[in-house]
Design a protein around this ligand. Sequence first.
Ligand code: URP
Ligand code: ZN
Ligand code: ZN
Length: 458
Amino acid sequence: MSLLIKNGRIITAAKDYIADVFIDKEKITLIDTALNSTADRIIDAKNKYVIPGGVDVHTHLDMPLGEITSSDDFETGTRAAAFGGTTTIIDYATQTRETSMRAALDSWFKKAEGKAVIDYGFHIIITHLQSENSDEIGEMIKEGVTSFKLFMAYPNSLMVDDEIILKVMRRSAEFGGLVCIHAEDGLAIEKIVKKTLTEGKTIPIYHALTRPTTAERDAVVRAIELSQRANTPVYIVHVSSNDALEQIAIARGSGIKVFAETCPQYLFLSLDDMNVPGFDGAKFVLTPPLREKWNQEKLWDGLRKDTLQIVSTDHCPFNYKHQKEIGLNDFTKIPNGGPGIENRIHLIYQGGVNEGRISLNRWVKITSTAPAKMFGLFPRKGTIAVGSDADIIIWDPEKEHVISAKTHHMNVDYSLYEGMMIKGDADIVISRGDVIVEDGKFYGKPGRGNYLKRGTYV
Ligand code: URP
Ligand code: ZN
Ligand code: ZN
């Protein structure tokens, strides 16, 4: 199958020009003006943007949490991602306290197999390190799992101590891997949570009020210090506050290799969204939590100045009914996380490009090129170039739609962005040469997504 995309405005992280793109099977094979090659299908992209498919490097599909799992599996989640213009994800395979990294990876392979409609890779969440499995880090990296997440939060479940963080950083550095840190001071938060519960404060907003920005800031500082001791770069996931951002800016300013992402929820939502009657605030129980509104503009500024390099989603959806409701009488029991895999590229276009905060090139860079580079997928993913995978969005800058749980494709019963108007939409989404979304209809097949063996950061 060959495809010729004619007359489109190609936008990459660095360029902006009109040309035609020829796709042969899964790859881009030619880019030039006025290509006259014959093709099985010709798409006229006049007045449209032709941009690389989105790369979302932070998702939690089919993720177990106690008795429940996140509500999108690899079929529904990747299908929703495709509707939103994302053609590659990297999901977090979570090691349990009882099992090895190998077991976590095998379990995630099974979850994705036969289901994923777009390409996918994995990071591993490391929850413990025994001497026999610290060698697993090298093994994982050789299999293309080149990044690891460590939690400084959630004592007694996911949290690891500084000694483990340091060991993982050192071991991963030997093989060129990248350590991703969930930076919140779990022990400080635990004390505040206990006191808050004894005061009888149980409604959802206390999830946010018990996790102050200082706990995020202190953990970021500690993570950077540990990475310095291990002499390796570090990647801070889901930065939510100016307090944390400032520390990253200071470190980067002094030449330290610290990288960071934020997520749309921290750019568009705030504590105000949780301050609602009844239990509805539970929809916004995310970790790190939503912050005071003024932090949003600081994060946008961080994206502009490259203090933050990437926007991911941390897509971790739980239904309001029966899942979020588990915490009806106790905010600590509300499953943490929210949906967003379908909304990322649209939201960053609306808040970033339409509202004049970032350029078109920067939009492409932070949602596609930079994540592909950071996590060892570039130039196969993240750009429009000869030899790259034909993962392409034909984007209509004029098309409008309103985000709603009634029309979204994520398997979750609410939207964090209900009623938000977006100007700009994907007309066509192409994954490795296949048109998988066109005019709001899905043409992909479960299982067509390939596992991506990733390269190392260095
Ligand atoms: O609330 C969130 N973000 N849940 C997912 C796990 C994490 O910390 O990324
Ligand atoms: Zn996290
Ligand atoms: Zn996450």
